[in-house]
Ligand binder design. Structure first.
Ligand code: ADP
Length: 169
């Protein structure tokens, strides 16, 4: 057992978080109550195109919004998620489910991770109905065209996102 975590039940919430949205933060809040310790794992090599924020920026934005949550930690990760989960002796991967479209992909990923390691569980939390349309891509698209992103992302990072999008054009 990793001395840092003792015998805590650890969950891992992975994603690209480019950038963090209220949908992500809702899952973080809820998952932090299910586990003793929650690691938000930010993917280094995101396969998603149009990544706007650097790894360090994504991590900083998440930390800014979770600094009042003592059992939430933010880390970067590269490579196989299963390896990261094992290295931290986590008991489960946490995923958010918005729509049927998420379900198909997530089912495939959960099955793959189980195939790689049968002890790795994936737990799905249903997105809050208010966030069911919300994605990082939508936030970026809106901000890029000067739309109002308040209410879609945590208040403390609205300015950071708008400034970045303005700079990127
Ligand atoms: P996005 O689809 O916004 O680019 P990520 O790849 O960063 O998101 O998603 C990380 C995790 O968060 C995934 O499990 C995803 O299903 C979940 N998630 C994304 N947006 C929401 C939301 N609005 N509500 C709940 N869960 C979400």
């Amino acid at each position: 057992m990793d001395a840092q975590y003792g015998d805590k039940r650890i969950g891992v919430y992975p994603g690209s978080f480019d950038p963090l949205t209220n949908g992500h933060l809702d899952i973080i809040r809820r998952a932090s109550k299910l586990f003793d310790h929650l690691i938000v794992a930010v993917l280094v090599n995101t396969s998603k195109k149009n990544a706007i924020f650097t790894m360090e920026e994504r991590v900083a934005l998440i930390r800014k919004c979770t600094d009042q949550m003592p059992n939430v930690e933010v880390q970067m990760f590269d490579g196989l998620l299963v390896d990261f989960v094992k290295a931290h002796q986590a008991v489960a991967i946490v995923k958010g489910l918005r729509a049927v479209s998420d379900y198909e992909y997530e089912l495939q990923m959960a099955a793959l991770n189980k195939h790689i390691d049968k002890d790795v569980e994936t737990i799905f939390l249903m997105a809050d109905i208010q966030n069911s349309f919300l994605s990082s891509s939508i936030v970026k698209e809106l901000a890029r065209h000067g739309g109002d992103i308040r209410g879609l992302v945590p208040g403390e990072i609205v300015d950071d996102i708008e400034a970045k999008m303005l700079y990127k054009g």
